[in-house]
Design a protein around this ligand. Structure first.
Ligand code: SF4
Length: 326
């Protein structure tokens, strides 16, 4: 077995075997550069030099009923985070227009909470209509909706449904105890059944093992999720993970590369924690390590990078942002 053989196999359309996966995970740090180059070649085979840029707005923040251990917005933790009800459709549309001007082709409306009230559903629908009229692809991360609700939003112009699985089924109880993993998987299936572009991924550096990372990737592959956001823990004071060890940039890059081997044709979008884990200098390495998308602007409760700097580094890495119509 060798890295070249596994790379060729994946480029030829075959899935890596269990022993291939073990081999990739076991590669020593000195061979990280080779692994990243191989992952980048797979990425290039499927995406050319295109990169998808997306942006989000924290449209409803704080006091969440759920207890996700990494999240400052949980009402179960003592972390400080902004608290406000759903923003008006006008405010959401104005933020979407600014993101579009900064190069984002997709704009996600993100709201805290698991269940969606009828008033919030009406607000989402109005905001989605406005964003679609601006020419940006509206995505929604509203909590759990069923297939008929998602189909109605699709009619209003919704392009994508975002619902993260966060980690493997086996590790999930360490991260969240207020709802089941199955509920999240059902939500992802509902989005796919509604014909929406489903964005579902996870968070890394929360104490999970390499086996958990592989388990999540293979489930996302088998569900048929086209887009996988990859978040890296930002330790938030007042959350149960405030003292969790931060991933090294090397381990984080290896996770991205491994996901490219396991999910060769899916969009891998680097989202929260990018600056914490990779640092500003690591962005270029990240852009050449198998990722095919990047979140620009701010995250939910933390500041992100400067969109102009992001665009400059994307260009330096030889990548071209997807246009809105791409
Ligand atoms: S990740 Fe989402 S569901 Fe979990 S606590 Fe935070 S806002 Fe709530």
């Amino acid at each position: 077995m060798s890295l070249d053989v596994i790379s060729r196999k994946v480029l030829d359309g075959a899935a890596p075997s269990d022993s291939d996966i073990r081999y990739l995970i076991g590669l020593p740090d000195e061979r990280l550069g080779e692994l990243l180059r191989a992952a980048h070649a797979i990425r290039t085979a499927h995406f050319g030099n295109r990169i998808g840029l997306c942006a989000i707005i924290n449209a409803k923040s704080g006091t969440c009923s759920e207890d996700c251990a990494f999240c400052a917005q949980s009402g179960h933790h003592r972390a400080e985070s902004p608290e406000y009800p759903l923003l008006s459709p006008e405010e959401i549309a104005a933020a979407g227009e600014a993101a579009r001007r900064n190069g984002a082709s997709r704009f996600g409306i993100v709201a805290s909470g698991k269940l969606v009230s009828s008033a919030d559903l009406a607000g989402f629908t109005d905001a989605v209509r406005r964003l679609a009229a601006l020419g940006v692809k509206p995505d929604l991360s509203p909590g759990i909706l069923d297939c008929s609700q998602l189909k109605a939003l699709k009619v209003a112009g919704l392009a994508g449904y975002h619902h993260n699985l966060e980690t493997s089924a086996s590790f999930f109880p360490n991260i969240c105890t207020t709802h089941s993993y199955d509920e999240d998987v059902r939500a992802v299936r509902a989005g796919l059944e509604a014909g929406l572009y489903v964005c579902s991924g996870g968070i890394f550096g929360v104490g999970e093992s390499w086996d958990d990372r592989v388990e999540l990737a293979l489930l996302l592959r088998d569900l048929g999720v086209p887009s996988v956001p990859m978040n890296f823990l930002i330790r938030m004071v007042g959350t149960p993970l405030e003292n969790q060890e931060v991933l090294t940039s090397g381990e984080a890059l290896k996770i991205v590369a491994l996901y490219r081997f396991l999910l060769p044709d899916r969009a891998l979008r680097i989202c929260g924690g990018r600056l914490t884990v990779f640092g500003a200098a690591g962005k270029k390495a990240l852009l050449t390590a198998g990722a095919s998308g990047l979140m620009i602007g701010d995250y939910l409760t933390t500041r992100g990078g400067d969109p102009e700097g992001d665009l400059r580094e994307i260009e330096e890495a030889g990548l071209v942002p997807e246009t809105i119509k791409a």
